[in-house]
Ligand binder design. Structure first.
Ligand code: SF4
Length: 330
């Protein structure tokens, strides 16, 4: 019996593509790729995926492709979208990884929830064949929601899939998908949110600056970009200051080993750190920014503690002024 391997993002289109296959009696294994930038990094999103898999009867696996993904974010062959999103390279990477998994899961072809013309860059009629060719999956990527607008794929030609039961959705309207979801009795599904951090303009600006200054920035340094207030120093180093308890906790867990941690003892205080090699000027600036966002901000001089690995020191500093904040904030 034929089997499909589905690229599963957790969004409505990807679950519909799976349900269209299951309706034809074709078993499905769904793969979710973790890239470090997607919303399915969140445990709640993964839990929703597991629930959907159980409810509808398909297998769900995940693979972490963060290292390969970082390579294309740094240097996409097909360029970026509106922000730092390398959508074409991203889709090619995911299809390639899926191709490598076909034998492992015993699948004959790949399905995706892509809808023709839904997105300007990666879902055009002329780009979809590029994705298939570059991933060496030519003829073996079926897009059940738009298949009737495309040439028949190998699984359709070989009779594994009934083309008549596929769809001809196209464009940005979500109405056909919502109607199909209703037919399948799907009452709950994630809204089409920009789940990918790389489509966020502020995050993209931070990432672009970091990669310009530090092309070999580590996975941890890149992850830190989504947390806290960011200040860029003339040396190129970045100071990150937690905005609230949640930021502080996340930051605390993610600061690379040996990197400095700043805080004001005895007062309500943010946690702060520096990405990049901190010289003394950066240490002073980080201390001043930490003092500024602490409960001691009204004092003329604040004692800021800095812990870097086994080394603990204190820095006496005046809290950062409005001008400093304005100058360094990004
Ligand atoms: S938005 Fe992000 S996850 Fe989606 S295709 Fe583009 S780069 Fe990949």
């Amino acid at each position: 019996m034929a089997k499909a391997l589905a690229l599963y993002s957790g969004g409505l289109d990807s679950i519909l593509a799976i349900l269209v296959m299951l309706k034809q009696g074709i078993p499905v294994t769904a793969i979710t790729f973790l890239t470090g930038f997607g919303c399915y990094q969140a445990e709640s999103f993964r839990e929703a995926g597991r629930t959907a898999a159980q409810r509808h009867g398909f297998d769900l696996i995940t693979r972490d492709i963060t290292p390969q993904f970082l390579d294309i974010v740094r240097q996409p062959r097909f360029g970026y979208g509106k922000n730092m999103n390398p959508c074409l390279d991203c889709k090619i990477l995911m299809l390639r990884e899926a191709r490598n998994l076909l034998a492992e899961v015993g699948a004959d072809f790949v399905i995706t929830g892509e809808v023709l013309f839904q997105r300007p860059m990666s879902q055009r009629r002329d780009t979809l064949p590029v994705l298939d060719r570059e991933s060496e999956l030519k003829g073996r990527v079926l897009r059940p929601l738009s298949a009737k607008l495309m040439n028949p794929t190998i699984p359709e030609r070989d009779g594994m899939v009934d083309r008549e039961q596929l769809y001809a959705f196209h464009g940005r309207s979500r109405k056909p998908q919502i109607a199909l979801a209703r037919e399948f009795g799907l009452d709950e599904y994630p809204q089409p949110a920009g789940g990918c951090l790389l489509t966020d303009p502020i995050y993209s600006l931070r990432l672009r600056q970091l990669l310009r200054e530090c092309p070999d920035a580590s996975r941890e340094e890149i992850s830190l970009l989504r947390i806290g207030r960011h200040f860029r120093l003339p040396s190129g180093a970045t100071v990150i200051v937690g905005r609230d308890a949640r930021d502080n906790a996340e930051l605390g867990a993610m600061i690379p080993r040996g990197a400095p941690r700043f805080f004001v003892e005895g007062y309500g205080s943010p946690l702060a750190s520096v990405i990049g090699t901190p010289d003394e000027e950066a240490m002073q600036a980080a201390a001043a920014l930490t003092a500024r966002y602490s409960a001691a901000r009204k004092k003329a001089i604040v004692t800021v503690t800095c812990v870097a690995g086994p080394v603990r020191r204190t820095i006496e500093v005046a809290p950062a002024t409005d001008e400093m904040i304005e100058l360094l904030r990004r």
